[in-house]
Design a protein around this ligand. Sequence first.
Ligand code: PSV
Ligand code: MN
Ligand code: MN
Length: 430
Amino acid sequence: MQNTVISPDLIEQDNAARLDALEEDYAALSRALERRGIAIGQVKERAKDWSVAVPSWGAGRGGTRFAKFPLAGEPTNIHEKLEDCAVIHQLGRTTPGVSPHFPWDRVEDYSALREEAESYGLHFDAVNSNTFQDQQDQPQSYATGSLSSTLEPTRRQAIEHNVECIEIGRHLGSDRLTVWVGDGTNFPGQQDMGRSFDRYLDAAAEVYAALPADWTMMLEHKMFEPAFYSSVISDWGSSLMAAQELGEQCKCLVDLGHHAPNVNIEQIVARLHRAGKLGGFHFNDSKYGDDDLDSGSINPHQLFLVFNELAEAETAPRGGFDPAYMIDQSHNVTDPIESMLSSAETIAGCHARAWLVDREALHAAQESNDVMLAFRTLRQAYETDVGPILAMARMEQGGAIDWLGTYRASQHRERKAQERRAVGLGAGIV
Ligand code: PSV
Ligand code: MN
Ligand code: MN
């Protein structure tokens, strides 16, 4: 029996009140797409098959390095986080995977945790290691870096933590490890840029050696923060070099917030795919840096263009195409459940719209250098409102047509505010 957090009767009642309007919108869109030679049912089935994982850490209120403003009823441990992730998936039906972070999600019994997730119809996605923070009772500090530290005992500790994450992931049923390190410098001359990369590679090779044969190790680059002069894995070039050197099972993960402003991220996606090294994504949006804002809230067009490259890549796979899709956001001013439902819908919408692109027409326009026609071919797909397709797909799978209305009617957060331990004030994680 599946454990449902929101009453299925409530979802059904809410859907019943909205079904007539949805059917009208869906029929109108179906006719419009038919004129373009697109069968709406196929797009809907593709939408049903697609999913994006939510981050366990995103279930709680985020913060900045200045403050965190807790939300009454927010989760404070992995069990409560799973419960909220279950709500997100129950209403939205696109987020069955949860990406955990260690040691934040540490428990005694990982097999029991896996069963707990499964009772909600969830599974564990990529495991994230954390060597960017010191933990209580940890023998070595990461103040000098982690995998690239000049200090051998510190590198050893970082290696062992990553190997432990793989072990935990095996119990959880995961098959991917995401490695992001904050290693870098704040001053010119502080460390040798070549030698720190070498130390990183040597240490990362030991983690790689511990990977089970069917696992993928994903390297996540980030231009700056916490290091403000140089970062060891600062960009996709460094990430690609490292992934190529480490081996077949090592790929690159693209977090949309980890680039220089105005960088053409969709082109990076195409390049990494070309190299057979596109491992996965952390979706979020940004205006200035690694803002971790809700996906598509600032630049939805960029998100669509990323998915256009992914659709292109999927139709021309090079050595296997199986990127891991994850959300990585910090919800500072919203209810994280609402933000992740909204983000998952936005991301799924960009995915669906990328598959509305008339690819034959696009390729023909590109070949004949018909610039305007090529641009309009993409634009036509981007401007199509796929809301009715996503809502119909959700409803047919037991989710909510109007996830926001149903979620608020459920009073989940209000109930949790009575039951859960209150969160103290303090700075959040960045
Ligand atoms: C770093 O900014 C990052 O994007 C990495 O993915 C971390 O694991 C995550 O944020 C968590 O804060
Ligand atoms: Mn990230
Ligand atoms: Mn980040």
